[in-house]
Design a protein around this ligand. Structure first.
Ligand SMILES: Nc1ncnc2c1ncn2[C@@H]1O[C@H](COP(=O)(O)OP(=O)(O)OP(=O)(O)O)[C@@H](O)[C@H]1O
Length: 272
């Protein structure tokens, strides 16, 4: 024990301080750039003001601020609801149990998607393709147009052709099949996303914020190819880069099928 003033500071205290520091650091990194960080700053501000008015003996203001802080716990759950949901989602998802591709060669699907994306990029056909795990996104699929089709380059191009009724929204690929088209995805509120990106790209990021999914986007305006994962958007990909990203995230032939799982590595927001 090391005495610090009237406090005895031991190894246990040091470990506790270290753990709390790490938790606060990761919490900050996690909510950085979201609305939650502004709400957190607001809450800390109220706590500081409350301490100040209490010290100055301003009883009426102190009474009002205490009232606000009393409902603070409930407010935290309401304000941070998207972040709490995201945390529970990521805790609940076991990357080894749930697979993107079941009993199928993932490279076949990657080939088909890459082929379609190459063409759609050249023809500036907007596309939004979500790769989901076997048991996820059912709520999105339910409100989309249900399909049960083999992943095929020609079919992908047909779906996203702007003269067809299904081209609006996203398609979901699950268990090697296109399970739905015209799906509506949640739009990301991340303020770090450049304003050059519209709702299609924001929707791609949005779905990866609360779900462990991998998304491929083709811009209708520029033909630019992007991917979204773990709440990050990487834009301006070449076809070769897209293929390697897909192989990394979804698995390739060198990997045993049973090891095909989504890479959960965090990546920074990369926009080009
Ligand atoms: N929430 C959403 N879920 C799924 N698809 C969406 C969603 N919002 C928009 N989209 C798709 O994006 C299209 C509009 O794209 P918008 O131009 O706003 O975005 P963008 O990111 O600038 O894309 P682009 O570069 O292709 O123009 C819609 O027609 C629709 O197909």
């Amino acid at each position: 024990m090391i005495p610090i003033g009237f406090l005895e500071f031991g190894v246990r205290d040091f470990v506790e301080v270290l753990i709390i520091t790490m938790v606060l650091f990761y919490l900050y990194r996690w909510i950085r750039g979201t609305f939650a960080i502004q709400a957190a700053v607001g809450l800390v501000f109220i706590i500081i003001i409350n301490a100040a008015v209490s010290a100055l003996g301003l009883t009426t203001i102190n009474f009002i601020l205490r009232g606000i802080l009393d409902v603070g716990i409930l407010a935290v759950f309401i304000i941070f609801q998207p972040e709490i949901r995201k945390l529970l989602y990521s805790l609940g998802q076991n990357t080894n149990l749930d697979r993107f591709f079941v009993h199928s060669n993932p490279n076949t699907i990657i080939d088909e998607v890459v082929d379609a994306v190459r063409d759609m990029s050249h023809t500036k056909t907007g596309a939004l393709i979500v790769f989901a795990r076997s048991s996820t996104l059912q709520d999105l699929v339910d409100v989309g147009v249900k399909l049960d089709a083999k992943v095929n380059s020609e079919l992908l191009k047909t779906i996203f052709n702007k003269h067809t009724p299904l081209h609006d929204g996203a398609i979901v690929i699950r268990n090697n099949r296109i399970v739905a088209a015209s799906c509506y995805l949640p739009i990301s509120q991340n303020q770090n996303i450049s304003s050059v990106f519209g709702t299609r790209h924001r929707a791609a990021v949005g779905i990866t914020e609360t779900n462990n999914v991998f998304v491929v986007v083709v811009s209708e305006e520029t033909g630019r190819i992007s991917i979204a994962k773990n709440g990050s958007l990487t834009s301006g990909l070449t076809i070769q880069k897209l293929r390697s990203e897909m192989e990394e995230a979804l698995g390739d032939q060198d990997i045993d099928e049973d090891d095909v799982a989504f890479s959960s590595a965090q990546s920074e927001l990369k926009l080009s």
